[in-house]
Design a protein around this ligand. Structure first.
Ligand SMILES: NC(=O)c1ccc[n+]([C@@H]2O[C@H](COP(=O)([O-])OP(=O)(O)OC[C@H]3O[C@@H](n4cnc5c(N)ncnc54)[C@H](O)[C@@H]3O)[C@@H](O)[C@H]2O)c1
Length: 459
């Protein structure tokens, strides 16, 4: 069906009649949940991924434990015959709308759109006239036009907005609650033409109860997504910078922020070990890179990146300093890192600032153990960590424990286990709390030496 030739009302009717086929290119953390949400909206969904393991896993209906609820959703739609995955792009020939959800990353500070261009060409090679393509990957300014439109047009020989439609609708979901976010957050939508905007809006509008935010151009939508991530990065950097000053003043950042945030226009964020994950450490470089190419130096964004990236090194300084206070050298000390995921309550340890923390400590000659009850032990071991399944084993005989990720389970249980932990450790025993989740007076009263990010020695 040439969806690009239909009116938005006709598209809705076809969808309601179960006659539309959507193809999702890239069945990763965002693409696969997106495929399930599209199936729920009424599409017959095919997914294409270059990774055969993922394709087989989807078709066998299972095993996506990293993302709560995803395995059940995949099982439901696969067994209903509404979701099937392929490694071949040939299925695009029978699709009415294609969603591109492939990875876009920065290598160092340089954006890499190689995968996006290759995926766009692959779509172009198999598309028929009348297709609507909706890009969902996060991209820098002008990339929808310069990379995706170009790849599609070159490979297909068709002209965008004449023979096919192209829209952009970035994904705003957060790992750990992707399905819920996709189904409830407002979605920003833009089209290269008004026709693509209206068609994409009616389709995306069926996937979320949060509604659609139509913007006037693809460039606006690209900047919206980047601005959201830059906003968080800069605000976290600000919190980290204020936290370092609080440490020197001997006061507690939490007390400062809690009081300051009673002012209605103040929203100080939470400082800690830095920023991890698949988006915030990467996406600001998409905007920075474009700005630099236009002779604009976005100093605030660049500084924010470097402040957040420097936090693991700051935690190392606190550890070294605390060990010295215990009469110990970091070289030869045994250190247990509690929490390895990239963010609180996540089971995903990739792109975590904890990796750099561990590397730095090992370079200084420490023996580093890792304990994270949320991350499968095999995943931690595969990443090269000396990982432990039980807290007691992880802290047995160590000189220092570091709270590297403020999982809820640590916030709720760790304080009640402190005496036991202390008994297991070599004395004098040190705690470094990168997220200020423990009560310092309680920690000290048990005999620990104590250091914390954003909390001075008297804090
Ligand atoms: N992960 C997040 O928290 C998050 C949040 C919002 C937006 N995003 C954005 O969503 C996009 C996708 O991210 P993700 O986290 O789902 O990535 P991912 O790495 O989890 O998954 C990407 C999938 O694409 C597949 N792939 C790679 N090259 C391909 C190709 N040429 N053709 C088909 N499939 C291909 C991979 O095998 C993988 O399964 C990125 O632009 C990212 O910035 C991610």
């Amino acid at each position: 069906m040439a969806i690009f030739d239909l009116s938005p009302a006709d598209v809705l009717n076809e969808l309601k009649a179960g006659r539309l086929k959507a193809c999702v290119v890239g069945l990763g953390r965002m693409g696969l949940p997106m495929a399930c949400v599209l199936a729920e909206a009424g599409f017959n969904v095919v997914g294409v991924d270059v990774n055969r393991e993922i394709v087989d896993l989807v078709n066998s209906g299972g095993g996506f434990e990293d993302e709560p609820g995803l395995t059940d959703e995949v099982k439901k739609w696969v067994s209903a015959g509404r979701l099937k995955a392929y490694t071949s792009f040939g299925v695009i020939e029978e699709s009415d709308v294609v969603f591109i959800v492939v990875p876009t990353k920065a290598v160092g500070s340089k954006p890499d759109y190689g995968i996006l261009y290759s995926a766009s060409r692959s779509v172009g090679e198999h598309m028929n006239k009348g297709l609507l393509v909706i890009l969902c990957s996060t991209v820098g300014p002008l990339i929808t036009e310069r990379i995706v439109k170009r790849g599609l047009e070159e490979a297909s020989g068709f002209k965008a907005e004449v023979e096919f439609g192209l829209a952009y609708s970035p994904i705003r979901a957060t790992a750990g609650r992707v399905i819920r976010d996709l189904k409830s957050y407002p979605r920003v939508v833009a089209g290269l033409s008004n026709k693509s905007l209206e068609l994409a809006s009616v389709i995306i509008g069926q996937t979320t109860s949060g509604g659609v935010v139509k913007v006037s151009s693809v460039r606006v939508a690209e900047m919206v997504k980047l601005a959201e991530n830059v906003y968080r990065d800069v605000n976290i950097a600000l919190a980290n910078e204020i936290a370092l000053i609080c440490e020197r003043l001997g006061i507690d950042y939490n007390e400062v922020a809690n009081a300051a945030n009673t002012q209605p226009f103040c929203h100080l964020h939470v400082p800690g070990l830095g920023v991890g994950g698949h988006c915030i450490p990467h996406n600001p470089y998409f905007m920075i890179d474009y700005a630099l190419s236009e002779d604009i130096r976005p100093s605030l964004m660049i500084t924010a990146r470097s402040i957040n990236d420097s936090m693991p090194k700051h935690a190392v300084r606190l550890i070294v300093n605390g060990l010295r206070d215990c009469g110990k050298d970091v070289h030869g000390s045994i250190i247990a890192i509690l929490g390895a995921a990239f963010k609180p309550d996540s089971a995903d340890p990739r792109y975590s600032p904890v990796e750099e923390l561990c590397d730095e400590l090992e370079v200084l000659g420490a023996e580093v153990r890792v304990y994270d009850p949320l991350v499968p032990i095999d995943t931690l071991k595969d990443m090269g960590y000396d990982a432990y399944e039980e807290l007691e084993e992880a802290v047995d005989g160590v000189d220092c424990i570091v709270i590297a990720m403020p999982h809820s389970i640590f916030k709720e249980n760790l304080e009640s286990k402190l005496q036991e932990i202390y008994d297991y450790m070599r004395k004098p025993a040190l705690i470094v709390d990168c997220w200020r989740i423990l009560d310092p007076s309680k920690v000290r009263s048990l005999g620990f030496k104590y250091r914390a990010v954003g909390r001075g020695l008297e804090g």
